[in-house]
Design a binder for this molecule. Structure first.
Ligand SMILES: *Cc1c(COP(=O)(O)O)cnc(C)c1O
Length: 411
C-alpha cells in the first residue's frame, strides 16, 4: 500500500496541522498553589515535622488497596529500598525484564545484588513468566515485574512462581498508578510495589516515589530505610537498623495530594483516547497495538505502545518515529534499548559476580532484542488530547506506516 498524501518530513501537510497542541505536563491548579503556600507559611517544610506527606501516604495507599504506603525520594530508590527491606543483599540474584527503564536493574546493584534477565512477551512488552521460571537459579531471591506502559504483568503466574520458589515479588509500578489486575489495584498484589513521581509520570511532584505493601514487617523495614534506621513512633536518636534518608519534603507531599485527586479524571480521558486509537489502528497493516491482558481491569495508560514489524525489519523504525514527530505526534519515541546489552550493567554485574566467585547468568532474551528494533511508543500526554486529536494521531500513524520507500529517503 502506498500513501496518497505526502509525509510532513517530505514537505507534506502534517496530519495534526491546525489542531491545538497536546496538553502540557505537568498540570497544576490554584488549589495546588494554595497548598504549596500553606506548607511554606507553616514553617514545616520537612515531613518529620509536618503532616502532608503522611496524609498523601495514607491517601495513595488507600487508592491502591494497600495497607501501607511509605513515600520516598524517587522510584529508583523505592526499588532499592523494597529489595533491601525484603532482605535481598550481596550476591543474591534479582530477575527483571530487559525492556524497561534502567533503574529496574540498577536498583539490584545498589543493594549488592546481581540483576539477571527474563525475556518479555512479544505482544505485550511485559515480562514473560515462562522465561522468569527458566532464569531462576539457587541464588535468585526476587523478581521485579514491571507494569510497563501502565499495563499489568501476569501477576497470577508471577505470584505462583514466587510462592513455589520462595522469592519476593516486587511490582515496579512506576508507570502504572491506577492500574488494576482482576479488580485489585496494582502495587500490593506482590509482596511490595513501587511507584515513581518523576516529571514524566502520571502523578508527579518533579521527583518522588512510594513503596506500598500489605505486609507490616516489610512496611516497618521500608520506613526505617527511609528514615535513617528509625522506628515508627520511636525516639529521634533511636536507630534500630542502618537506613538512608530518603524522605520527601512537605512541598512534594502537597503537590502529590493534588495530583492524586486529578488522576481518575485524567485516567478516564487517556483510557477513552487509547481505546479509540486501538480501534482506529485495528485494521491498519503494519501496526500491531499491544494486547491488553484479559485479567487487567484498569490500564495505567502511561504509554501507548505499538510494534511496526515490517518497518523494524527494514531498519526504518527510527525514521518512522521521526516522521510521526513531524506529523505533530509529539513525543513519538523509539523506546528502550535492551538492558541485557547495556555495557555498564554487564560490567558491574560481572565484576560483582567475579568478586563473589559466582557465575553471571547469560541473558537469553531474543524477544526483547526484537521488540527493541520495532517498537514505537507515544507518551501519556498524547492520550490527554481530544478525540479529534486522537483521530489525527491514528491518521498520522496510518500515513507513516504505509509510506514505504518515502521513509527510506527521509532516513
Ligand atoms: C521512571 C521509572 C523508574 C524510576 O523512577 P525515578 O523516580 O525516575 O527514579 C523505575 N522503573 C520504571 C519502569 C520507570 O518508568
Amino acid at each position: 500500500m502506498k500513501t496518497t498524501t505526502a509525509l510532513a518530513i517530505e514537505g507534506g501537510r502534517p496530519a495534526l496541522d491546525g489542531l491545538p497542541p497536546f496538553p502540557s505536563w505537568p498540570q497544576h491548579s490554584a488549589a495546588d498553589a494554595r497548598a504549596l503556600l500553606d506548607v511554606l507559611e507553616s514553617g514545616k517544610w520537612g515531613s518529620t515535622h509536618g503532616e502532608v506527606v503522611s496524609q498523601f501516604e495514607t491517601e495513595f495507599a488507600a487508592a491502591h488497596g494497600a495497607r501501607h504506603g511509605i513515600a520516598l525520594s524517587n522510584g529508583t530508590l523505592a526499588l532499592a529500598a523494597a529489595l533491601r527491606a525484603a532482605g535481598v543483599g550481596v550476591g543474591d540474584e534479582v530477575i527483571c525484564p530487559p525492556y524497561t527503564f534502567i533503574a529496574t536493574a540498577s536498583a539490584a546493584l545498589f543493594v549488592g545484588a546481581v540483576p539477571t534477565f527474563a525475556d518479555v512477551e512479544p505482544d505485550t512488552h511485559l515480562i514473560d513468566p515462562a522465561s522468569v521460571e527458566r532464569a531462576i537459579t539457587d541464588r535468585t531471591k526476587a523478581i521485579i515485574a514491571v507494569h510497563l506502559a501502565g499495563s499489568v504483568a501476569n501477576l497470577d503466574a508471577l505470584n505462583k512462581l514466587a510462592e513455589t520458589h520462595g522469592l519476593t515479588l516486587i511490582e515496579d509500578a512506576a508507570q502504572a498508578a491506577g492500574a488494576a489486575w482482576r479488580g485489585r489495584p496494582v502495587g500490593a498484589i506482590g509482596h511490595l510495589g513501587t511507584f515513581s513521581f518523576q516529571s514524566s509520570k502520571n502523578i508527579t511532584a518533579g521527583e518522588g516515589g512510594i513503596v506500598v505493601t500489605d505486609d507490616d514487617r516489610l512496611a516497618s523495614a521500608v520506613y526505617s530505610l527511609v528514615n535513617v534506621g528509625r522506628v515508627r513512633g520511636g525516639g529521634w536518636y533511636e536507630h534500630a537498623s542502618v537506613g538512608y534518608n530518603l524522605r520527601l519534603t512537605e512541598f512534594q507531599g502537597a503537590l502529590l495530594r493534588g495530583q492524586l485527586t486529578r488522576l481518575p479524571e485524567q485516567q478516564q480521558v487517556r483510557d477513552d483516547n487509547a481505546k479509540l486509537l486501538t480501534e482506529r489502528l485495528a485494521g491498519v497493516e503494519g501496526v500491531v497495538v499491544d494486547r491488553e491482558p484479559a485479567e487487567m481491569t484498569a490500564h495505567g495508560r502511561h504509554l501507548f505502545m505499538v510494534r511496526v514489524p515490517e518497518l523494524g525489519a527494514a531498519g526504518l523504525r527510527d525514521a518512522a518515529a521521526k516522521a510521526l514527530g513531524a506529523e505533530g505526534v509529539i513525543g513519538a519515541s523509539s523506546g528502550y534499548v535492551p538492558l541485557h546489552r547495556n555495557e555498564a550493567l554487564i560490567a558491574e554485574s560481572t565484576a560483582l559476580a567475579d568478586r563473589l566467585g559466582q557465575p553471571y547468568p547469560k541473558a537469553d532474551c531474543p524477544v526483547s532484542d526484537l521488540v527493541c528494533t520495532d517498537t514505537i511508543w507515544f507518551p501519556q500526554t498524547v492520550l490527554l488530547g481530544t478525540p479529534e486529536q486522537t483521530n489525527a494521531v491514528a491518521d498520522a500513524i496510518t500515513k507513516v506506516v504505509s509510506a514505504g520507500d518515502a521513509l527510506k529517503s527521509a532516513n
